[in-house]
Design a protein around this ligand. Structure first.
Ligand code: SAH
Length: 666
């Protein structure tokens, strides 16, 4: 994470968030453009510096949300000759922004350590028109009064009159004011005359309290426990009433769930982490039931096409004799699919297909990270069936070969014009392959389909790496659209009325429109499925409170078994935990308790752990805002969970009969 492009992130924040959220004053936007927020937070918070959110800065305080800094600064209507007073220096960030517009800034902080750190930091960064004072600032700094503008960065019970007296005539003051210490309204006061003040309100905000002579008195009060008193009355009890207990994740009683799924042809089963044994096991149990008793035709997972296809061959008894030249599921994070839980299911499916010769239940991957493995597979196919075309395709794909070790750099080089764009080449190979179906009566329809899917993946991945350059929302949308289209191709390939079970992370399967990401324009597989298939889709999410999880500390890092922290007090998970049940199904949309469904539509935090888990920064890294009963049709809960059992290369190699994940290279 050392080479984060802060400059680009800062621009992104300013142009796509602050501007869109209504900040119009160019001098404010320009000031935010030149102040490096990452320098005002600790090392471990730097990667979050350009999220539009407050961040902890020590002493129980926070650096304000960028939008709030911009909004308050804009309301001050600063001019280049102005003298500004700030109460609540905190990190010094807001003072730095103010100092880029006004002539001089005086700022006061009551925590000695924060004041000293901010002073040193501002000096080091070369801000020479800011003075930092360690004191109670609730009564202002009379020695330098009057000020053209005063900004208070902490919430008090009212606007202190001493501050009003330190304003010039025409001066502006902005401050959060509230009856309790936790929520306030932002107030702007303009001094029109000696005793004449004009007030207006600028909306609800949440600041840390202003502690001092003219602020709140007692600091102890601010640390009062927030839970469990804060939970809406009776909600955990209602959950308890509506829940259907799960006795074992391997053999749950699925009667109720199967009734609710009814005739749905697409069942999406999510998970809150990629490393929890119980999630994999109950998902397998539900899937077995869907295959055995509801005639489901295939499973499609959040894995790359060629790797999952290896399993497809294995479960449909088509594994080839010759050795493979590449190892399936060897890309980070290997444990996500190469684990005992998945292997048990794979063996079950292989046996099932053997016992049901007229059914061929498939197993496929929807993801697109296998650019070069897919190229290899397409060329291997063409080498076999049409060596001439293979030569042409090899030349076309050659455009991408210099980037094999780092396809993301290809994207950047192609976008910036440093390297040619390979789009035309990869699309041409795809077109040629798709054309084959029409021209040739192909004996091996399945092998052609596999090659076509790989060629489609290559075309989408090529585009993905270019889009990545523009930011995470765009590439996320492109990836989820690819996964959805792959699902559509599979449904078409398997024929009318075919039924699919999808295994992915909650964040791909829960309807994005019901989360903070949807509000920002992200779409996902769940949302696209809901849009395309309506009530024919049943979406299930899974969550946990605590236990252990398999995850890495950073991208490409080794697998670790980490402790999952008990869920956040403001989360859905905490609500589930308070139900005091160990494990259960909770019907949301097809529930007997519509009031519960409504209550669980109220926005709360929800936890998402991917292949990386960082308990140190859990709130920022792993929680997002969602509306649970709009996201999912059903929720599966395991209060305590354990890490998935990953398989090492060694274990895979020793497996008898030859293992579906193994590199079968003699
Ligand atoms: N502007 C800051 C955010 C500060 S948060 C930034 O950009 O980082 C509010 C700060 O006000 C906290 O650091 C808190 O310690 C401080 N504070 C609270 N009461 C105060 C008072 N009476 N005088 C001075 N500072 C105060």
């Amino acid at each position: 994470m050392s080479d984060i492009d802060f400059h680009q992130q800062r621009e992104h924040l300013i142009e796509t968030e602050l501007r869109l959220l209504g900040i119009r004053d160019e001098s404010v936007l320009q000031a935010m453009r030149v102040v490096p927020r990452e320098e005002f937070v600790s090392e471990d918070m730097r990667e979050f510096a350009y999220r539009n959110t407050p961040l902890p800065i020590g002493s129980g305080q926070t650096i304000s949300q960028p939008l709030i800094v911009a909004y308050m600064t804009e309301a001050l209507e600063l001019g280049p000759q102005d003298r500004v007073l700030e109460i609540g220096t905190g990190s010094g960030y807001a003072a730095a922004v103010l100092s880029r517009i006004a002539r001089e800034v005086y700022t006061i902080e009551r925590h000695r350590e924060l004041a000293e750190t901010a002073r040193e930091r501002l000096t080091q960064l070369g801000y020479d028109n800011i003075r930092v004072l360690h004191a109670d600032g609730s009564q202002g700094w009379p020695e330098h009064a009057p000020y053209n503008a005063i900004i208070v960065a902490a919430g008090g019970p009212g606007v202190p009159s001493s501050l009003l007296q330190q304003l010039t005539i025409g001066g502006r003051l902005v401050m959060p004011v509230g009856e309790d210490q936790k929520s306030q309204r932002l107030i702007r006061v303009i001094r029109r005359g000696d005793d004449e003040f004009e007030y207006d309100e600028m909306g609800a905000v949440q600041f840390v309290p202003l502690i001092g002579e003219a602020g709140w008195q007692d600091e102890v009060e601010t640390r009062s426990p927030r839970v469990p008193g804060k939970q809406p009355q009776g909600l955990p009890e209602r959950i308890r009433q509506a829940a259907e207990p799960i006795v074992s994740p391997d053999h749950p009683d699925l009667g109720g769930l199967m009734d609710r799924i009814g005739d749905a042809e697409i069942v999406l089963i999510g998970e809150a982490t990629h490393g929890t044994s119980e999630f994999y096991r109950i998902r397998a149990a539900i899937t077995r039931e869907l295959i055995e008793n509801k005639g489901f035709d295939f499973v499609a997972i959040e894995a790359d096409w060629p790797d999952a296809y290896r399993i497809h061959d294995f479960v449909t008894h088509k594994e080839r004799e010759e050795p493979h030249e590449w190892e399936a599921f060897s890309r980070f994070p290997t444990w996500m699919w190469r684990n005992q839980e998945v292997l048990d299911f794979v063996h079950w499916l292989r046996d099932f297909n053997l016992d049901h010769p007229n059914r061929e239940v498939g197993f496929y991957g929807l993801d697109l990270y296998s650019l070069f493995t897919s190229i290899h597979c397409v060329l291997e196919y063409l080498d076999r069936v049409d060596p001439k075309s293979a030569e042409v395709a090899r030349v076309r794909y050659g455009c991408l070969t210099p980037w094999e070790s780092d396809p993301a750099r290809y994207g950047q080089a192609a976008i910036t014009g440093a390297y040619r764009n390979c789009e035309a080449e990869v699309v041409q190979v795809l077109k040629d392959l798709l054309g084959r179906r029409i021209k040739t009566a192909v004996r091996d329809r399945e092998a052609l389909f596999d090659a076509q899917m790989n060629a489609q993946l290559i075309a989408d991945a090529e585009q993905y790496y270019r889009i990545m350059y523009y930011g995470s929302d765009e590439s996320w949308n492109h990836r989820d659209t690819h996964m959805f289209q792959t699902l559509q191709s599979l449904l078409e390939h398997r024929g009318p009325g075919s039924k699919a079970v999808i295994w992915e992370h909650n964040s791909h399967l829960g309807n994005a429109a019901a989360t903070q990401f949807g509000k920002h324009g992200q779409i996902n597989v769940g949302q696209l499925c809901r849009r395309a298939f309506g009530q024919n889709v049943y979406i299930i999410g899974q969550g946990t409170d605590h236990g252990t999880v398999a995850a890495a500390s950073h991208w490409d890092g080794p697998i670790e078994i980490k402790e999952v922290r008990p869920a956040h007090p403001d989360s859905y998970e905490r609500l589930m935990h308070y139900s005091e049940l160990d494990a259960f199904f909770l019907p949301l949309t097809r529930s007997h308790d519509p009031q519960l469904t409504t209550a669980l539509a109220a926005r709360r935090l929800e936890r998402a752990i991917g292949v990386i888990y960082r308990p140190e920064t859990e709130r920022l890294s792993h929680y997002f805002d969602a509306s649970l009963s709009r996201q999912f049709d059903e929720w599966i809960w395991f209060d305590e969970t354990s890490a998935v059992r990953a398989l090492s290369t060694q274990q895979v190699a020793e497996h008898e009969p030859p293992h579906p994940f193994a590199l079968m290279d003699d």
